[in-house]
Design a protein around this ligand. Structure first.
Ligand code: GTP
Ligand code: MG
Length: 182
C-alpha cells in the first residue's frame, strides 16, 4: 500500500513556497498566481489560493504538497489548507525587515497544526542576510514552546527542499514508532 502524506508549506510572502513546490514536484504544479499589487514586496505575482505538487520518495511514500498564500489577508485559507496535513514547512525570508516577527506570525497562525503534527523551519537568503541567526530563530521558537529543526534552506534548490521534507518525515516516523510502543 502506498503511504500518502499531506504536507503544507507556509511562510513569508516571497519566501519561496510556490518556488519550493515547483522545484521538486513530479507533476505539473498547480498555481493560483495573480499580479502582485503589494508595493512593499517587489515581486511580479503572488499566490491567492494555493499551490499543489506531488513528489514520490525513495521509500515509496507519496507526498502531496500544498502551499498557502503568504499575504495575511488570505489567512482564512490557512486553516482550510491545514486540514488533514501531517506536517508543516515554514519558509522564512531572512532579507525581510523583521524575520523573527514573521516567524511569530506563522507559528501563531499554525499553532494547532504544529502542536499536533511535525514542523520544520527553513530560513532563506541567509548567505546575504545572516542575521537573525539560526540560533535566534530557534530561541524565538522556544518562546512559542515549539521544538523543531531550523535550517538554512534555499527554496530554489531542490536538494534544500528535499532536506526540509526529510526532516519532517524523520519526525513522523519516530512519532509512529513511539505510538507503536505505547
Ligand atoms: N536569491 C534567492 N531567491 C529566492 C530564494 N528563494 C526564493 N527566491 C526567489 O524569490 C521568489 C519567491 O517567489 P514565490 O515562490 O512566488 O514566493 P511565495 O512564498 O510563494 O510568495 P507568495 O505566494 O507571494 O506568498 C522567486 O522569484 C524565487 O526565484 C532564495 O533563497 N534566494
Ligand atoms: Mg506563492
Amino acid at each position: 500500500m502506498t503511504t500518502e502524506h499531506k504536507i503544507l508549506f507556509t511562510g513569508t510572502m516571497g519566501a519561496g513556497k510556490t518556488t519550493a513546490i515547483a522545484a521538486i514536484s513530479e507533476v505539473d504544479p498547480m498555481r493560483t498566481e495573480v499580479r502582485n499589487n503589494d508595493k512593499a514586496v517587489a515581486k511580479a505575482t503572488t499566490t491567492v489560493g494555493m499551490d499543489y505538487g506531488e513528489v514520490k520518495l525513495d521509500n515509496g511514500a507519496r507526498l502531496r504538497l500544498y502551499g498557502t498564500p503568504g499575504q495575511k489577508r488570505f489567512d482564512f485559507m490557512w486553516s482550510i489548507l491545514a486540514q488533514g496535513a501531517l506536517g508543516l514547512v515554514v519558509l522564512i525570508d531572512n532579507s525581510k525587515p523583521d524575520p523573527l516577527d514573521d516567524l511569530d506570525t506563522y507559528l501563531t497562525g499554525f499553532s494547532d497544526l504544529i502542536a499536533n503534527t511535525a514542523c520544520v523551519i527553513g530560513v532563506g537568503r541567509m548567505k546575504t542576510h545572516p542575521h537573525p541567526t539560526l540560533d535566534d530563530h530557534a530561541a524565538r521558537m522556544q518562546r512559542h514552546g515549539v521544538v523543531c529543526p531550523v535550517i538554512a534552506a534555499d527554496a530554489i534548490d531542490p536538494n534544500d527542499v528535499m532536506k526540509l521534507l526529510n526532516l519532517l518525515l524523520v519526525q513522523l516516523e519516530s512519532r509512529a514508532e513511539n505510538e507503536e510502543k505505547t
